[in-house]
Design a binder for this molecule. Structure first.
Ligand code: FAD
Length: 599
């Protein structure tokens, strides 16, 4: 039996020591984010995750959401948990105070979101999607639209959804066909079908605000002809009261591998005369708005990967401390049997899980801090610099944290042996739930295309080299120290950074010249970046931990473990960088060698 406990020690370390929480709290508008306030928020969120969300996780998996006569019934306890979640103000943590939010930094919201995802991913998706819809309305909605919809959504009284996908339009949103026909009163009527809509229907709230991509009759073909619409499930009167039911209906729910509690809906628009919708922003600019907003959603899905990987690690560790099996090689022969934690291979699996999680957490939190600086830094140049870093890191956070979550949750099953494959232990659920994270909000392939194209080749590698230079600087500093741990970490990091440097130059040179080979290398390049960025942050963490030990400050055991984990990452994980770089620069042509009929 394992209960989720928010990993507060590592979260605090990542927030304060690596992501600079104190500096974020000094940005204009974030003055309320003092260390004490954040500490109280983390404690409360951790309690809510452990006491309310975690116990429902298995219930949600077993019962799933069901559609009965057009009405979705979420699993036992979910509706009540959502009510408590909204009443406690969790929905509006980082939202604009003008609309009832608490205006806290993204960095703080990141730590809290990690806990929701760790405790119950299927539950956490509802607020995540609502957050996306809030972002879109805040970004481009009119003042009247903001006043009408945002306060209720920020409070959590209404939820939000993102309606992009159609049967023929998944990764390629240019293929969207849903039609939006203008009406004399300035509104539109929408006709079409959207599939895979997360929380497209639910029984938590009276209203759902759908954000829908559709084409107007005069729209040009392709990506430049898509507009964004607000389509409420129940129309909202001018005084804010609820009016008549709109013509958008859930026609079925998908049967899925995981996240069973999250209702994934097929929504029919306009089957009964047309669904009333309101254009937001300018016509034909919908996809552009969606991509700005999607940045945060992609980031949040990266944080999902970290949360669920942490949950899998905690469960595996609890099992390994308890399960007795065989004798551990090289230990005291007088001890007849050992827990599996004493077996070197089980330790290898657990430290791999721990190291990936800590590295990805650090990378994500550092990026979260940059998001706050990009919004609020008083210095314009600093804002630009931070924004460039954020834009560069988002496909890495999304792509790599979610891909690593596959490895970590799979190791979680392996640590359990046969019991991991049996549903009762819960390890299998984490593996199944995690599987979607590399697919929605843009698959890993789509993140990697973004990284090689818009983020690396477009500026001829300028930002990529700047980010790598920061990493190399840490590596060089550490390789020069006399501390054996730091020196070893620095040496491995320097060699991985050099491998990455070669890969950056290859991508820049190949993107235009050998387009297909460059795209064949995209995912390994993304993976290489994730590996090195993780090593960079683990090296920073080790250096800080070593400093704290020297000054006899803080929890010495935690700091020693941090250094040992960073050294493991450097010596056992970072060497993969050389292999990845070789496969990028030397192996990409061979990816394309088979003719269609040879597959
Ligand atoms: C549980 C769940 C919840 C979801 N929630 C939502 C939601 O709330 N709202 C919403 O609008 N959508 C949602 N989606 C849809 C999701 O975003 C899409 O499934 C995803 O974007 C991939 O699109 P697709 O399924 O059509 O796959 P495809 O686009 O058909 O991709 C199939 C494969 O081809 C690859 N591929 C496709 N194009 C390229 C390319 N250009 N370069 C390289 N590789 C490529 C992909 O990486 C993938 O491996 C959800 C999906 C699921 C399963």
């Amino acid at each position: 039996m394992s209960t989720y406990h928010a990993p507060l020690n590592d979260i605090r370390f990542a927030l304060r020591e690596l992501a600079g929480l104190e500096q974020v709290g000094k940005l204009p508008g974030y003055e309320d984010a003092t260390i004490d306030t954040v500490e109280a928020i983390l404690e409360e969120a951790g309690k809510f995750a452990t006491e309310v969300l975690d116990p429902l996780n298995v219930v949600g998996d077993r019962e799933g959401s069901r559609l009965l006569d057009g009405i979705v019934k979420t699993p036992t306890g979910f509706k009540d948990a959502y009510r408590r979640f909204a009443e406690n103000g969790w929905n509006g943590l980082a939202k604009n105070p003008d609309f009832g939010g608490q205006g806290l930094p993204q960095l703080v919201a990141t730590a809290v979101e990690e806990m929701w995802h760790g405790a119950n991913l299927a539950f956490a998706l509802c607020p995540l999607l609502t957050q996306g819809a809030i972002e879109a309305i805040e970004l481009v909605g009119s003042d009247a639209q903001k006043a009408k919809f945002l306060p209720k959504m920020v409070e959590g009284v209404w939820t939000g959804t993102m309606n992009l996908t159609e049967p023929q339009a998944g990764s390629d949103l240019a293929a969207v066909r849903t039609r939006a026909v203008p009406q004399p009163d300035g509104s539109f009527k929408l006709y079409g079908q959207k599939i895979f809509i997360t929380y497209g229907e639910q029984d938590y709230t009276e209203n759902i605000i759908h954000l829908v991509l559709a084409r107007t009759p005069t729209a040009p073909e392709g990506v430049k002809g898509i507009s964004l619409f607000i389509v409420p499930k129940v129309l909202v009167n001018d005084d804010g009261s609820l009016g008549v039911r709109n013509d958008v209906h859930c026609v079925s729910l998908e049967h899925k591998l995981g996240i069973h509690a999250s209702p994934t809906a097929v929504l029919a628009y306009g089957d009964r005369g047309g669904a009333v919708g309101y254009l937001i922003g300018e016509e034909n600019r919908g996809l552009e708005y969606m991509f700005i907003m999607m940045n945060l959603a992609r980031y949040s899905v990266g944080v999902e990967g970290i949360g669920i990987a942490e949950r899998a690690y905690q469960r595996a560790l609890a099992y390994a401390r308890d399960r007795v099996q065989g004798r551990a090689p090289g230990l005291d022969k007088a001890v007849a049997t050992a827990t599996i934690l004493q077996h070197p291979d089980v330790r290898r699996m657990l430290v791999t899980m721990k190291a990936y999680i800590e590295a990805m957490r650090a990378v994500a939190y550092v990026t979260g801090s940059a998001i706050d600086h990009a919004h609020r830094d008083p210095d314009q140049e600093a804002r630009k610099r931070h924004q460039a870093f954020v834009d560069f890191m988002i496909p890495i956070v999304k792509g790599c944290s979610t891909e690593l979550a596959q490895e970590v949750t799979s190791l979680g099953i392996q640590v359990h042996g046969g019991m991991g494959y049996i549903e009762e232990t819960g390890a299998a659920q984490h593996f199944r739930d995690a599987r979607i994270t590399t697919i929605y909000e843009g698959t890993t392939g789509i993140q990697a295309n973004d990284l090689i194209g818009r983020k690396t080749a477009r500026d001829a590698g300028a930002v990529a080299r700047l980010v790598l230079a920061e990493c190399t600087k840490v590596a060089t500093d550490l390789s020069k120290t006399t501390d054996a741990d730091l020196k070893a970490i620095g040496t491995e990091l320097a060699s991985a950074a050099q491998a990455l440097s070669g890969a950056i130059e290859w991508v820049v040179a190949s993107f235009g010249a050998k387009t297909r080979a460059a795209h064949a290398a995209a995912v390994p390049y993304l993976r290489l970046w994730g590996l090195v960025a993780g090593g960079w942050q683990m090296a920073r963490a080790a250096r800080i931990a070593a400093g704290r030990l020297t000054q006899a400050q803080g929890d010495a055991n935690f700091h020693r473990a941090k250094i040992a984990t960073a050294r493991f990452y450097a010596e056992s994980i970072l060497p993969q960088a050389g292999g990845l770089a070789r496969s990028i620069t030397g192996g990409s042509e061979s990816v394309l060698a088979l003719a269609d009929e040879q597959f």
